[in-house]
Design a protein around this ligand. Structure first.
Ligand code: GA4
Length: 334
C-alpha cells in the first residue's frame, strides 16, 4: 500500500493571462507537462456571470432534500447525492449534473431545479458560454505552444454542435451532515468545527474529457496528485481565479505530452465548499487522434502512443469503470 503524503509547500503554477502571449504559452505548456494543472487569473470571465451562477446554485442547494430530489436522479442529467457514477462510488457530496452545450436547451430540467427556470437557464447558458470561450482560448495557446499547425484543432472539438460537454455543480456541506436535514448555510457551530479531520468529498480520479475549468468558493478541499501517494492542496481561489485540469482525452491528443492529473476533494467539519466545474468534451463521434506533428516531435515517442478512438468509445469505457480507475492505458497502441 502507498502511504499518503500531504505536501503543503509545493508551489502550483498560477498564470496571469494578461501577460505577453509568448510568455503565457511557455507557462501553460510547462504547467501542463509537469502537473497537468494550473490556475489562471485575468482570464476575462465577467464576475457578474460567475456570481449569477453561484447565486442560482446556492439557491438550489439550500432547498429541502425532498425538493432537490425532484431534480434527480443524475442519469444522465439532474440532482445526485452521495452516489457518484453507476458502479458503487460514494462521496460526501451532493451535485447537479447538466449538459453544457449551448446548442441544446436546458429549460426542461430547469423547471425541476428552480422556481424561476428562465433565470436558472440564463445563468447556466451565460456561465457555460464564458467558460467555454476561456477553454478554447487556452486550448489554442496550448496548440501553439506544441507547434501544431492548425491551432484550432483542439478548440474545434468543444465548439462542435454536438459537443458532449458537461457542467457539474458540487456542493460539499460540512461532514456532520445528513441530506434530509441540510440547508447550505447551516454550517456547524465553531465548537464542532475541526478543519484538521477530513473526509473524502469526491474521490481521486482523472477527468475523462479534454479540459476542465473549475471555480470554487473560498473553502479549501481540492487536492491534486502529481505522483502516486503525494497530495498537494490547492489553495482556495482568490476571488476570480479558475483551476484548469488536463483531461485524459487531451493527454491522448498530445501523444502523452500533457498529463491528465489525478485530483480529489476533501471536506472538513467547518465550511461548505461549492465548486462549479465545466468539462469540455468532443462530440460522441469525434475521432481522438493526436496531430501528426506531435508524433514526430515528442521526445522518445516517434509513434502514436494511443490508438485512435471515438469519444463515445472512451466514454463507454469510462462509465463501465470505477471512479479512481486508470482508463487511458487500455487505449495504448500495442
Ligand atoms: C469524473 C469527472 C466528471 O465529474 C464526470 C464523472 C462521472 C459521473 O459522475 O457520472 C464518472 C467519473 C467522472 C469518471 C468515472 C465514472 C464516470 C463517475 C464514474 C465512476 C461527470 C465524468 O465525466 O467522469
Amino acid at each position: 500500500m502507498v502511504s499518503e503524503n500531504i505536501q503543503e509547500n509545493i508551489k502550483l503554477p498560477i498564470i496571469d493571462l494578461s501577460l505577453e502571449k509568448s510568455q503565457i504559452i511557455k507557462l501553460i505548456v510547462k504547467a501542463s507537462e509537469e502537473f497537468g494543472f494550473f490556475k489562471v487569473f485575468n482570464h476575462g470571465v465577467d464576475t457578474n456571470v460567475i456570481k449569477k451562477m453561484e447565486d442560482e446554485s446556492y439557491k438550489f442547494f439550500s432547498k429541502p432534500f425532498s425538493q432537490k430530489q425532484c431534480a434527480g436522479p443524475a442519469n444522465p442529467y439532474g440532482y445526485g447525492c452521495k452516489n457518484i457514477g453507476f458502479n458503487g462510488d460514494n462521496g460526501e457530496v451532493e451535485y447537479l449534473l447538466l449538459h453544457a452545450n449551448p446548442n441544446l436547451c436546458i429549460s426542461q430540467i430547469s423547471k425541476n431545479i428552480s422556481s424561476d427556470p428562465l433565470m436558472f437557464s440564463c445563468a447556466v447558458n451565460g456561465y457555460v458560454e464564458s467558460v467555454r470561450e476561456l477553454a478554447c482560448k487556452i486550448l489554442e495557446l496550448m496548440a501553439q505552444g506544441l507547434s501544431v499547425q492548425q491551432t484550432s484543432v483542439y478548440s474545434n472539438l468543444l465548439m462542435d454542435l454536438h459537443s458532449d460537454s458537461l457542467l457539474r455543480i458540487n456542493h460539499y456541506p460540512p461532514f456532520n451532515w445528513t441530506p434530509h436535514l441540510l440547508h447550505h448555510d447551516c454550517d456547524t457551530s465553531p465548537n464542532s468545527c475541526n478543519s484538521t479531520v477530513s473526509k473524502i468529498g469526491f474521490g481521486e480520479h482523472t477527468d475523462p474529457q479534454i479540459l476542465t475549468i473549475l471555480r470554487s468558493n473560498d473553502a479549501p478541499g481540492l487536492q491534486i496528485s502529481p505522483q502516486k501517494g503525494l497530495w498537494v492542496p490547492v489553495s482556495p481561489h482568490p476571488n476570480t481565479a479558475f483551476s484548469i485540469f488536463v483531461g485524459d482525452t487531451l493527454q491522448a491528443l498530445t501523444n502523452g505530452r500533457f498529463k491528465s492529473v489525478r485530483h480529489r476533494a476533501m471536506v472538513n467539519s467547518c465550511k461548505t465548499r461549492m465548486s462549479m466545474v465545466y468539462f469540455g468534451a468532443p462530440s460522441p463521434h469525434a475521432r481522438i487522434c493526436c496531430p501528426l506533428e506531435l508524433v514526430t516531435t515528442t521526445p522518445h515517442k516517434p509513434y502514436h502512443l494511443y490508438r485512435p478512438f471515438t469519444w463515445a468509445e472512451y466514454k463507454k469505457a469510462t462509465y463501465s469503470m470505477r471512479l479512481g480507475d486508470t482508463r487511458l492505458d487500455q487505449f495504448f497502441r500495442l
